[in-house]
Design a protein around this ligand. Sequence first.
Ligand SMILES: Cc1cc2nc3c(=O)[nH]c(=O)nc-3n(C[C@H](O)[C@H](O)[C@H](O)COP(=O)(O)OP(=O)(O)OC[C@H]3O[C@@H](n4cnc5c(N)ncnc54)[C@H](O)[C@@H]3O)c2cc1C
Length: 432
Amino acid sequence: MEQPLKKVVIVGGGFAGINLIKHLCKDSRFLITLVDKNNYHFFPPLLYQVATAFIEPSNISYPFRRLFQEKTNLRFHMGSLQKVNPEQNNIETDTGVVEYDYLVLSMGTESNYFGMERVKANSLPMKSIDDALNLRNHLLLNMEEAVHAEDPKEKEKHLNIVICGGGPTGVELAGMLAELGRNIAAKEYPEIKDLRSHLYLIDAGKALLGPMSQKSQQEATRVLKKLGVHVINNTAVKDYNNDTVYLSDGRTIPTKVLIWASGVTGREVPGLPASVVGRGRRIMVDANNKVQGTQNIFALGDLCLQTTDKNYPGGHPQLAQVAIQQGILLAKNLSRVTDNKPMEPFAYNDKGSMAIISKYKAVGDLPKFFFKGFGAWLVWLFIHIIPLIGFRNKVKLAFSWFWSFVTNDPTLRLIIRPRKEDVQKEYEKFTS
Ligand SMILES: Cc1cc2nc3c(=O)[nH]c(=O)nc-3n(C[C@H](O)[C@H](O)[C@H](O)COP(=O)(O)OP(=O)(O)OC[C@H]3O[C@@H](n4cnc5c(N)ncnc54)[C@H](O)[C@@H]3O)c2cc1C
């Protein structure tokens, strides 16, 4: 007799969720439903290029329904997770209830403001396509206002840009904004003298690119300083109010733009017991990514905390490669369980890390060596094109990069503002 299909519900179609789906959909014994609050997958490592008007959002995103075309065992449910009901084997979303046999939670993280409510209310995060577009509009509008401002103090506030967080996102943003100042602002905004001298990169750690090698850290600092960025280490942002950033060493910086690229925390999952929520609000899982104390609920990627990998007793770094590898292994493990075979434990294979600093300059830490400069920059471009979903996206991005880097003149600096009330109305209609 034919067995009924096992219902696998995956909440979050980021790196972990999408790689799980890509591999599990080959097994026709599963009916897979992806639940995501957006109707597209996107590629966070390139968000900063959207925010700085270097590439279009469509270069790094792809609609789930297009991805699922002609796959008979895949369904998409657009909605945001509200609650997990482990006893009933279902989840509640803002657009309805979804039943599961296996539940996989892979909703990633959100920005962590470390309890600073005014920073949360007034700064600009960099976690989603919406954030990146919001930041792009904000930066462009701010430049227009800087042009109009007559009071030098007011002008200064519009010109200063403060980035909090010296990880790859903060470094890449600072480098890109410095290039924007050098190549674009100088040509298009004759009223603005030198945007680069108004860029501040603040980090609480003693070096930029904290988890990378010392050589990468030194190179990033050297290149950014040469580009005119004020790099401030060993200093935390303490408050942001009345257009002023307050630093832990007592300094203040007047600015209309504080970009928050510092710290993340796991997304909340109501319905799970508090005892499974660990450090950084990450969900504690066993070696097979099964949520502690449950039988059929798994957590993957940035959202989970797995301490069983002997090389990472404190948990894995929150990186794309970890999420991808966990997604692929869980697909294999769910098939194994259905074949009555034991699951395999997860062990992270670190392929190295890279960061781009500015045009033609990047750093890379491979397991056995460090490299930098133009060669590293080319490798960075290559490895960021390969994982993009969709051949057309890869070609479009390669062309955009070629055009923008060669001409120094990308043409995406459009201020497009959908009317807030229309967006709100549509959303309320959808979720009611
Ligand atoms: C700006 C930026 C730059 C980065 N650069 C790098 C880099 O260079 N290299 C690197 O290795 N890593 C980088 N990272 C980290 C990397 O993106 C993450 O480690 C990776 O995305 C984690 O994958 P994930 O599948 O766990 O979560 P995500 O990729 O974050 O996916 C989460 C998914 O869940 C969905 N979701 C969230 N909440 C809900 C909800 N309530 N209901 C339904 N769906 C929901 C989201 O829409 C999203 O599709 C960067 C991250 C950011 C933000």
